[in-house]
Design a protein around this ligand. Structure first.
Ligand SMILES: Nc1nc2c(c(=O)[nH]1)N[C@H]1C(S)=C(S)[C@@H](COP(=O)(O)O)O[C@H]1N2
Ligand SMILES: [Mo]
Length: 243
């Protein structure tokens, strides 16, 4: 894909390079490759984004907690965001819904909502940061994802955990973040069952990552050693996406 075909908004790394006046020569020096056309610019910037993923993974401290806030600081109303507008919010039937599991997981039988609700729940008031330039503080509760992954016998030495959603959204995260103590399978927002706009019946709430790494309406979870990208990540957003 050519740089010029992509909207500026979805190319944060590219935008930063252009804003900081990085020249093609500079990019050649950084990557050690000839960068003399749009295709090679794209390849070089993707290589830098992958390098950035590795640097972020290396810097990520699994014991370091994202900041938490008092209830008085909750943003009301909390913003809605998706790759479509509010009139197209997915309505998932909670009774019929099953969470599907695949990949490097010992016990892959599907989970009902009632079973997820029966797990120990944890509540957090944290800040959601969207790469589009807004942030908001909200309260979510749900089962710690690390607890769930251990319970189903996931291979915790695998590299990635991927998510497929009831809309066409998908994303994947590094195992260290999946096991982070504040990464939860959120079933409720602000003390109420998660409303459709915030991802009913279940979303992954990951306060150490940017908004686009927090999948709503999660339908399937897989554990893998194969890189699988994501909806926005495949269009140029940085994959690690730490916040
Ligand atoms: N299934 C699904 N999950 C998604 C998205 C989406 O379009 N579909 N958008 C992501 C983005 S970019 C953001 S900022 C947050 C918005 O979550 P909110 O509606 O709770 O504010 O959801 C993330 N997860
Ligand atoms: Mo976002």
């Amino acid at each position: 894909m050519k740089i010029s075909e992509k909207p500026d908004l979805i190319l944060p790394s590219r935008r930063i390079f252009l804003r900081n006046g990085l020249t093609l020569g500079g990019l050649s020096l950084l990557t050690g490759c000839a960068v003399d056309n749009e295709e090679s610019v794209d390849r070089a910037l993707t290589a830098i984004s992958r390098l950035n993923d590795r640097a972020q993974a290396w810097l990520f401290d699994p014991a370091r907690l994202a900041p938490t806030y008092p209830a008085s600081m909750i943003t009301r109303p909390f913003p809605f965001n998706a790759y479509y507008g509010e009139e197209e919010i997915r309505e998932v039937d909670g009774e019929a819904w099953r969470l599907e599991l695949s990949g490097l997981i010992a016990d892959r039988k599907p989970w009902t909502l009632a079973q997820l609700r029966a797990l120990p729940q944890q509540s957090q008031i944290t800040r959601h940061i969207c790469v589009e330039g807004w942030s908001a503080i909200g309260q979510w509760s749900g089962a710690p994802f690390a607890h769930f992954l251990r319970r189903v016998g996931a291979d915790l030495t695998a590299k990635y955990v991927g998510f497929k959603c009831a809309d066409d959204y998908f994303t994947s995260i590094d195992m260290a973040t999946a096991l982070h103590p504040q990464t939860i399978m959120a079933l409720s927002y602000d003390g109420q069952p998660l409303p459709p706009k915030y991802g009913f019946p279940m979303k992954l709430r990951i306060p150490t990552k940017l908004g686009y790494k927090n999948p709503k309406h999660v339908q399937a979870i897989f554990v893998t050693n194969t890189y699988s990208g994501g909806y926005w990540e495949d269009q140029g957003y940085n994959w690690f996406g730490g916040s």
